[in-house]
Write a protein that binds this ligand. Structure first.
Ligand code: SF4
Length: 331
């Protein structure tokens, strides 16, 4: 039995969990190829024009898995991982959209409703439907979920040591991790953005590695402990409705309040509703705190030279600022 997992959206957060789960129940896991121009073009052809880029990319990945001839494609309906919060509505409707676009494949789509109160989504009720459809005994599914949960915790621990998600997923742990306790001696940039915008190297044009090659210490929300993110949101009268948006916003405030973070970049996809709140809030707050803030909006047409020019200019500005304020630097 071959189960396909699209290399898109929260693949960059949950792949170690889902890969382990399916392998533990005896399936072969097939992942779609890296995002490419042709894959995005295929996704655009079948997706409504107005939707955000990551969803168009996602559909390109589903098509790739269909072409690979997998037996099933795993597209869970991600509802909630925190009380009183949900995923962005696009995630809630993802299986419906996929079944409607790829009508002839709809029987192949595994779409359990994932809803629980923690990031570690290993509650049996969220996978009961999959167990029943694939004829997996309850005890076996539960045991697979326990193993998958352990694997995912190891993955999260590595993130919090400063390894980028792509370092971990590609097994490149010999590379130097980010310094999650940034020091004054470095140029430190807080990078805000959903994992699928930051770590899909076609969408972000490998922005994390580009900064690292310039000697910049780059920190993303997934490298910060959850308690820090929550702490930073405490002053808000109300949280946003969407869990991952809250994580990004919590990271944004953490970057704002950390004296050693020299600047903040928000990488956002064209057509993203939740990011229109986050972007505006951060723009206003960073103005108040005099912290440099840059928005990079990506879409299917974004060119690499444009991105490189902007991040180089931003980094140069931070360096000059640091020299002016401290009179010393070693980057
Ligand atoms: S959070 Fe934004 S980018 Fe992500 S799926 Fe929702 S609308 Fe799209």
């Amino acid at each position: 039995m071959r189960i396909g997992i699209p290399k898109a959206l929260v693949y960059y957060y949950y792949f170690p969990l889902w890969k382990t789960l399916f392998e533990e129940i005896g399936a072969e896991v097939v992942v779609s190829d890296d995002t490419s121009k042709s894959m995005i073009d295929e996704g655009i052809k079948v997706t409504v024009q107005e939707i955000c880029v990551p969803i168009k990319v996602f559909n390109g990945h589903v098509m790739d898995l269909i072409n690979k001839g997998v037996d099933y494609i795993f597209i869970p309906r991600l509802v909630s991982i925190k009380k009183y919060e949900t995923f962005c509505p696009k995630f809630l409707g993802l299986p419906d959209m996929a079944k409607n676009i790829f009508k002839e494949q709809s029987d192949k789509i595994l779409s359990p409703i994932v809803s629980c109160n923690a990031d570690k989504i290993t509650n049996y009720s969220s996978y009961k439907e999959v167990a029943e459809k694939l004829d997996i005994p309850k005890w076996k599914m539960k045991s697979a979920l326990r193993t998958a949960g352990r694997k995912w915790s190891e993955f999260r621990k590595l993130s919090m040591k400063g390894y980028s998600i792509n370092d971990i997923l590609s097994g490149k742990l010999q590379s130097k991790p980010s310094d999650v306790n940034p020091s004054k001696e470095m140029i430190n940039i807080g990078l805000m953005g959903y994992v699928y915008n930051v770590y899909d190297n076609f969408i972000s044009m490998d922005i994390v590695e580009k900064f690292r090659s310039m000697g910049v210490n780059i920190i993303t929300f997934d490298m910060l402990p959850e308690k820090h993110l929550l702490q930073e949101l405490k002053h808000l009268k109300k949280h946003l409705f969407w869990t991952f948006s809250n994580k990004i916003l919590g990271a944004g405030f953490y970057f704002l309040n950390n004296q050693n973070i020299d600047g903040i970049i928000h990488i956002t996809a064209f057509g993203c509703g939740p990011d229109s709140y986050i972007g505006k809030m951060m723009e206003l707050e960073s103005d108040k705190k005099h912290k440099p803030f840059l928005t990079i909006r990506v879409d299917e047409h974004t060119g690499e030279s444009h991105l490189v020019t902007r991040i180089e200019a931003f980094t140069d500005m931070l360096k000059r600022r640091k020299i002016a304020s401290e009179g010393r630097m070693s980057v």
